[in-house]
Design a protein around this ligand. Sequence first.
Ligand SMILES: Cc1cc2nc3c(=O)[nH]c(=O)nc-3n(C[C@H](O)[C@H](O)[C@H](O)COP(=O)(O)OP(=O)(O)OC[C@H]3O[C@@H](n4cnc5c(N)ncnc54)[C@H](O)[C@@H]3O)c2cc1C
Length: 547
Amino acid sequence: MTTVGDEVGDPGAKTSVSPGWEATADLVVVGTGVAGLTAALRARELGLSVLVVTKAEVTDSNTRWAQGGVAVVDLATGDSVADHVADTLAAGGGLCEEDVVRYIVAGGPAAVARLRARGTTFDRADDGSLARTREGGHSAFRVIHAGGDATGAEVERALAADVGRQRVPVLERHIAVDTLRTPSGGVGGLLLLDRDGARCVVRARAVLLATGGFGQLYQATSNPEIATGDGLALALRAGAVAADLEFVQFHPTVLYTPGARGRCPLVTEAVRGEGAVLVDATGARVMPGVHPLGDLAPRDVVSAAITRRMAATGGDHVYLDATGIDGFARRFPTVHAACARVSVDPAQEPIPVTPAAHFACGGVATSPEGRTGVPGLYAAGEVARTGLHGANRLASNSLLEGLVVGERAAEAVAMDLAAGELAPLGRAVPRAVVAPIADRELVQRLMSRHAAIGRDADGLSGAAARIAAVRQDRALDSHRAVEDAALTLLADALLVAAAERTESRGCHVRTDFAERDDVRWQRSLPVRLDATGTPAVLAPALASGAA
Ligand SMILES: Cc1cc2nc3c(=O)[nH]c(=O)nc-3n(C[C@H](O)[C@H](O)[C@H](O)COP(=O)(O)OP(=O)(O)OC[C@H]3O[C@@H](n4cnc5c(N)ncnc54)[C@H](O)[C@@H]3O)c2cc1C
């Protein structure tokens, strides 16, 4: 990326951007999913002036589409924090940070209690307690859900309503483009484009990125259109370190339709939790003999097994046989409706399914309180890499992370403000941002072909070379350009990390290095932009002091 403009803080710079309007706040939160709204509400409770910006409507988020639920222990059922931690570590392929896992899992019950106090209604069992289901990799029934399989919609509804009640200002259809930099290299606000593409500036003591993941880097994904990784790109450009980018979780079961592109409806793992099994076109089971948990093995294992079976049988999908589940339409109304739209009746016939890009296990490297290595810049939710997920996220741990870390990040901002650690509001002049952009469809095609499940050195380097050959510097002067630049940068960053990791672990499956190699690779790969704006993997010695 290059920037056009004179030094930060030079109000007379001719090539700087003249903002249409300016606003100020203690904290500007970018994103209105579970992490952003939770953080904004907590910041408001702590007495901070908060402004929330989001590039679409308030409820346009990954959160809104979450189906299965929130993983949270209930001691009364015999479950324990230790068991939830153990399940998370087992799914994470040796790269979770155990203290972070314990911190977030232990924070779950209180965070869910506050979520319920904000108006979220979860489904109840016959005895009146919260109904709990089981998902892949979980050793207990601990996943609470709402509306059957519409958990995210209920969480999003309740948080958005509370933000309205608490009168937290939200700017819809305003996209974050770039950070304002303080003279000491920190972050002191944001450059935005409003709904008409006009530039505006928010000066703030702190910026919290809660911009979600980047499923749109691939042709087929469970993620909605907003999931283009903008916040991660913005953080990298601000000098932050990212980590674990090579670990993109492919959900084993999105609804298959021939040639599907963009957002594909998810068939929640809870369907397997309640007895459905994966079969191929001949009716043969897919999972027996693959993993002790069978159809409820962790997602990376199930997705890889489906991919192998599809390669062996020459198909592009398998089937999920849920015909044995009583009352399917009542328990899974969202899945049932999606199936009905393509004339599939799950009560009568197996559901055609295939893996698709679902969740970014990596992101901006943060502490479990959302602090990045850049003063004034915080991140929470799917955009962040706290160390909870390692090489593969355990099902339903991400809403949990958004709830817990969203609150902690707001508290960290309040604490850092009180301690005088954040720069006062400055006069920094926004830079006119120019960044390399490659055609979005080409990037998605290359990533799906060479950086999905089953990667090798030739494919990864070939994809990187193709993108390098076609990308061109362009001004980030429209919403589309901001997203395309983010996708181009993240493709580069992911490809460089995936090429570096010459082993298979969790969601990162290399066909040329099929084994896990703990001697060389039991560590995260931190990525930062070099002096030319190109993503580079940091050497381990540098990395230890980077984030
Ligand atoms: C189909 C589906 C099912 C899922 N099921 C579950 C589940 O059952 N349990 C679970 O734990 N997890 C589930 N997940 C994952 C989980 O939903 C997400 O990880 C989580 O909701 C992310 O929340 P978030 O707040 O970090 O980001 P999001 O909810 O994605 O919100 C991101 C926000 O940032 C905004 N934004 C992005 N870029 C910009 C920008 N440049 N400027 C301004 N605003 C911007 C977006 O508009 C949006 O408001 C599921 C995901 C999907 C897609």
